[in-house]
Design a binder for this molecule. Structure first.
Ligand SMILES: [Zn+2]
Length: 181
């Protein structure tokens, strides 16, 4: 065997090994599961679960999330838009945190929303909270401004900044932004 031939074999073998290593490395695979954690500040309930894996949302996990994000004033449960969960999942990744989302407001029934709207200019009468498409959150260990910037950077819906109330509103409606109090 010539030297050149040996060099070729070595290279080919090396390339083969590299390809094998690439395939096995989790860094090069799409995440197999999507995980979320919530802590509802009104009810004290918390939840940590995989809500998606292998290309499908888990109905049981979605049902548990819907319950924790229910209208705590009336007890009404409404489906939360899975796209909102994906938005939260992607925010976690960008914020490089696994801390639970602290939830100030998830689903709001029309009755609750109307009552809040009456007492606050900051509550829209046609709020996306009533469709399970919006959530008000803060993230322990991360500055509110960082959470705000991250939500804006994803550009996937509405983002409201409420520094005095210490939360960020995110939704999966039209892309827009505003400042509250
Ligand atoms: Zn909100």
């Amino acid at each position: 065997m010539t030297l050149a031939r040996r060099a070729f074999l070595r290279t080919a073998g090396g390339a083969f090994l590299a390809a094998g290593a690439l395939k096995a490395s989790p860094a090069f695979c799409a995440p197999a599961a999507r995980h979320l954690k919530f802590e509802n500040l009104h009810t004290g309930e918390s939840l940590a679960l995989d809500y998606w894996s292998d290309g499908a949302y888990h109905p049981q996990a979605l049902a548990e999330i819907n319950k924790v994000l229910r209208d705590y004033r009336t007890g009404e449960v409404h489906a939360i838009e899975p796209g909102l969960l994906d938005l939260l999942h992607d925010m976690n990744a960008r914020l490089e945190t696994v801390a639970p989302y602290q939830v100030i407001s998830g689903y709001r029934s029309p009755r609750t929303n109307a009552a809040l709207h009456e007492h606050s200019n900051g509550v829209a009468s046609k709020s996306l909270h009533m469709q399970g498409m919006a959530i008000d959150i803060r993230v322990p260990g991360r500055q509110l401004a960082a959470v705000h910037d991250t939500a804006l950077s994803l550009g996937r819906g509405g983002v409201g900044f409420y520094p005095s109330s210490d939360f960020v509103h995110v939704d999966v409606g039209r892309v827009r932004k505003w400042n509250g109090v």
